[in-house]
Design a protein around this ligand. Structure first.
Ligand SMILES: *[C@@H]1O[C@H](CO)[C@@H](O)[C@H](O)[C@H]1NC(C)=O
Ligand SMILES: *[C@@H]1O[C@H](CO)[C@@H](O)[C@H](O)[C@H]1NC(C)=O
Ligand SMILES: *[C@@H]1O[C@H](CO)[C@@H](O)[C@H](O)[C@H]1NC(C)=O
Length: 179
């Protein structure tokens, strides 16, 4: 009798532990995707862009604010680097004003790469005070490159829009980390 009682108690505890782990697990998942929702909600008109961008990275799943910021600044950094390479090859095949506009953009993207790299270093050190500055500086570079081609067709409009959108996500996350 005593053994079977102990056995039943054991079973109950096992089931309880099992159910508890399911419940806390699902709560954690809900809370995390809610954070993405909450962050992207503040990026209008980039809401869908924000969700697509963050969810394109496997590190987003289960990420807290600092990890999400890491994802966002990495995406911006990678985007800026690949655009810089694109600019270099466009420049090799251009002359006159277009070449000059591209030179402006090359400097803008070099600055964006520096700022996002510094932001990632700060995130490594868990210091968040300069993130808003780095994020808005990066956003300004995208705008500056777009303005460099004012009145003429820019070959970099899509790139600028992508970097601008990614920077907006960084701005919101930087603010979130500094409240
Ligand atoms: C998103 O924004 C809307 C409107 O501002 C608000 O009603 C909703 O609660 C927000 N959702 C989250 C997850 O913050
Ligand atoms: C830049 O970011 C956008 C938005 O996440 C993405 O669609 C695009 O493929 C990225 N480009 C590169 C070269 O990484
Ligand atoms: C250079 O530009 C011309 C005209 O736009 C184009 O046909 C050619 O493929 C380009 N070459 C390179 C290496 O991009």
């Amino acid at each position: 009798m005593a053994t079977s009682y102990a056995f039943l108690l054991f079973c109950n505890l096992t089931i309880f532990a099992f159910l508890a782990s399911i419940i806390t697990g699902s709560l954690a998942v809900t809370a995390d995707s809610e954070l993405v929702e909450q962050i992207c909600n503040q990026t209008t008109p980039y809401y869908k862009f924000c969700k697509d961008a963050l969810n394109s990275d496997p590190r987003t799943s289960g990420a807290d604010g600092a990890k999400l910021a890491y994802v966002a600044f990495s995406l911006a950094n990678r985007n800026a680097s690949s655009t810089r390479d694109q600019i270099t090859s466009l420049q090799s095949n251009s002359t006159g004003p277009v070449h000059l506009h591209l030179e402006q953009c090359r400097l803008d993207y070099a600055t964006a790469i520096v700022k996002t790299t510094l932001a990632l270093t700060d995130l490594d050190w868990e210091t968040y005070g300069r993130l808003s500055y780095f994020a808005s500086m990066t956003r300004d570079q995208a705008k500056d490159c777009e303005l460099a081609f004012k009145g003429t067709k820019s070959p970099l409009t899509d790139n600028n829009n992508n970097l601008y959108g990614l920077s907006v996500i960084c701005v919101v996350l930087a603010k979130w980390l500094n409240v």
